[in-house]
Design a protein around this ligand. Structure first.
Ligand SMILES: [Ca+2]
Length: 487
C-alpha cells in the first residue's frame, strides 16, 4: 500500500518495535525485492523474495447486500432494544443522516461515541427467515494475516456462516459455521479453534462460542481465528514464523486456505435471546454491525513489495520481470524459463525466482553456492564461477580441480601426482606430510626454514627414525601376527 509518509514512518516504527518485542531476528520481513551489489564485472542486482506489508484491507473493498433493500429506514421504522421489548423509541430513517444506517458504517473509523453501524430491517415477515448476505469483494487476491472480526451492535446472530471465494465470487466455500446450537442448525458437532490440530487445520468447523445472545452484552464480536491457526505452526506467540513460512511454501492447500478474493457473511437467524420468538414484538429482531476487521496483504506471489490502489482497484507493483495483477506471469521477452512464485525459503531472504530475459544464456537462477560467487545469476543472467569451477551453475570443476564443497585444486593422486617423502594423499586435495617435511607435496625438508638450516643441531632430520629403529618398531607391532602366521 502507499500511505502518506508520516503514516509509513509510524507503521515502520511500529513494525520495528513489534518485531524486536516479539520476534527473533532470524525470520525476514521480505520487504525488499532486490538490492544492489558489486562483482568484478561491476554493479549487479541481488534479488530476494518480497511481499507488501500487511494492512487494513477494508479500505479497498466493495460491499454488496442481498437482498439489496434489506437496510432499515426505507420506509422509516422504529425498532426496540432486545433487552426491553417495550422500549421501541429508536428510529431508522435512511433519508435523515443521523438516523440512517447504511452499509458503509461497517467500515468507517470508530472514533465517535456512540458507535456507527449498519442495520437491517426488523423481522416483520416472521416466520419467513430473516436472511442477509453481506459480500465483501476486493477484485484481487488477498492473503489474510490476522483474525476476521465482526462486531455486532444487535445481539450476535443465532445462525451464521462465513464463506470465502478464491475466484472472484464464482464459487464459494464455507470458512466457519456459527450457531447457538450447531447440531440443530447445521447438523455439525460443535467445536472450537482449540480442537484444531496441524492435521485438521483445513477442516471446517461449527462453533457455538460466538453466538450467545444479548445476555453477554459485552461480548459483541464474532471471529474467524487466523492467528490461532498460524500458531499451530509458528507457536503460541508466533515466535517461529520460519516454520509457518516453510509450511506455506510447500503446502499449496494451506496457502490457499488463507487466500481470498471475496468474503461472504451469511446471516441466517437473528438473536432472539430465548427459545421462542415473540411474535407481538418483531421489531426486536434485526441485525446491526458496527465494524468488520479484515487484515491482510495483496497476494503478489513474493514478486512485489507494494500494492497500489488505483481506479478503485488493487494491483501489485511487480518486480523480478513479472507482470499481472498478482505478478503471476513473466513479462514479454522474459520467458527464458517458466514462471515460478518466489519462495520464503531459505529464511530470512527467500528465493526470488526471477523471470529471465529470452536472449540470455543458461536457464537457471540456482547458481551452486559453493562453486559460484553468489547463488544467483549476475546482471547478464549467468552464474559467476569461483576459481576452478565451471558449468552453467558452476557445479563442475575444470581439469586439475576436484569437487570438495567447491572446486579445490587437485594436488595429489596415486599415479602421477604423488606426495613425496612418505606424505599421504588426503582426498586428492592435500598431502599429509611426516613431521620432518612440508610443502604442497611434502617436498621440502622442514629444517630448511629453521635457524641454521638443515645442518643445525635442531635439524628436523633428528626426528627421523634410523632404519634399524623402524624395523624394530615394525616388528614390535607386527610380531604377534608373525607368530600366528608361523603357528
Ligand atoms: Ca462503524
Amino acid at each position: 500500500m502507499r500511505f502518506p509518509l508520516l503514516l509509513t514512518l509510524q507503521a515502520s516504527w511500529l513494525t520495528v518495535c513489534q518485531a524486536t518485542q516479539h520476534y527473533p531476528t532470524t525470520w525476514g520481513h521480505y520487504d525488499l525485492c532486490k538490492s544492489e551489489g558489486y562483482t568484478d564485472e561491476g554493479p549487479t542486482w541481488y534479488y530476494m523474495a518480497c511481499q507488501p506489508e500487511a494492512a487494513d484491507m477494508t479500505k479497498y473493498l466493495k460491499v454488496f447486500l442481498d437482498p439489496p433493500n434489506i437496510t432499515c429506514g426505507d420506509p422509516p421504522e422504529t425498532y426496540c432494544t432486545l433487552e426491553n421489548p417495550y422500549m421501541c423509541n429508536n428510529e431508522c430513517d435512511s433519508a435523515t443522516e443521523e438516523l440512517a444506517h447504511p452499509p458503509e458504517l461497517m467500515f468507517d473509523h470508530e472514533g465517535r461515541n456512540p458507535t456507527t453501524f449498519w442495520q437491517s430491517t426488523s423481522w416483520k415477515k416472521y416466520p419467513k427467515p430473516l436472511a442477509v448476505n453481506i459480500t465483501l469483494s476486493w477484485n484481487k487476491t488477498i492473503e489474510l494475516t490476522d483474525d476476521i472480526v465482526i462486531t455486532f451492535e444487535s445481539g450476535r446472530p443465532e445462525q451464521m456462516v462465513l464463506e470465502k471465494s478464491l475466484d472472484y465470487g464464482r464459487s464459494w466455500q464455507p470458512y466457519q459455521f456459527y450457531a447457538t446450537d450447531c447440531l440443530d442448525a447445521f447438523t455439525m458437532e460443535p467445536k472450537s479453534v482449540r480442537d484444531i490440530t496441524q492435521h485438521t487445520l483445513l477442516d471446517i468447523i461449527c462453533t457455538e462460542e460466538y453466538s450467545r445472545g444479548y445476555v453477554w452484552k459485552n461480548d459483541k464480536t464474532v471471529r474467524f481465528e487466523i492467528k490461532d491457526r498460524f500458531a499451530l505452526f509458528a507457536g503460541p506467540k508466533l515466535h517461529n514464523m520460519a516454520s509457518l513460512y516453510g509450511q506455506l511454501d510447500t503446502t499449496k492447500n494451506l496457502r490457499d486456505f488463507f487466500t481470498i478474493t471475496d468474503l461472504r457473511i451469511r446471516l441466517l437467524r437473528p438473536a432472539t435471546g430465548a427459545t421462542m420468538v415473540d411474535e407481538y414484538n418483531l421489531s426486536r429482531y434485526f441485525y446491526a454491525i458496527s465494524g468488520i476487521k479484515v487484515h491482510g496483504r495483496c497476494k503478489c506471489n513474493l514478486h512485489a513489495n507494494s500494492c497500489i490502489y488505483d481506479k478503485e482497484r488493487l494491483t501489485c507493483e511487480c518486480e523480478h520481470n513479472t507482470t499481472g495483477p498478482d505478478c503471476g506471469r513473466c513479462k514479454k521477452n522474459y520467458q527464458a524459463r517458466a514462471w515460478s512464485a518466489g519462495s520464503y525459503l531459505p529464511i530470512p531472504k527467500g528465493t526470488a525466482n526471477i523471470c529471465l530475459p529470452n536472449s540470455v544464456g543458461p536457464v537457471n537462477c540456482n547458481c551452486n553456492p559453493f562453486g559460484s560467487d553468489t547463488d544467483r545469476c549476475n546482471g547478464t543472467g549467468y552464474c559467476k564461477c569461483k576459481e576452478g569451477a565451471t558449468g552453467a551453475k558452476c557445479h563442475e570443476c575444470l581439469p586439475g580441480y576436484l569437487w570438495d564443497n567447491g572446486c579445490k585444486s587437485r594436488v595429489c593422486d596415486s599415479e602421477l601426482l604423488r606426495c613425496q617423502n612418505g606424505g599421504v594423499c588426503v582426498n586428492n586435495i592435500r598431502c599429509q606430510c611426516p613431521p620432518a617435511y612440508t610443502g604442497l607435496l611434502c617436498e621440502k625438508p622442514r629444517c630448511e626454514n629453521e635457524p641454521g638450516g638443515c645442518g643445525g643441531s635442531y635439524s628436523g632430520q633428528a626426528y627421523l627414525y634410523p632404519p634399524g629403529l623402524i624395523l624394530l618398531l615394525l616388528l614390535s607391532i607386527l610380531g604377534p601376527v608373525f607368530l600366528v602366521e608361523i603357528c
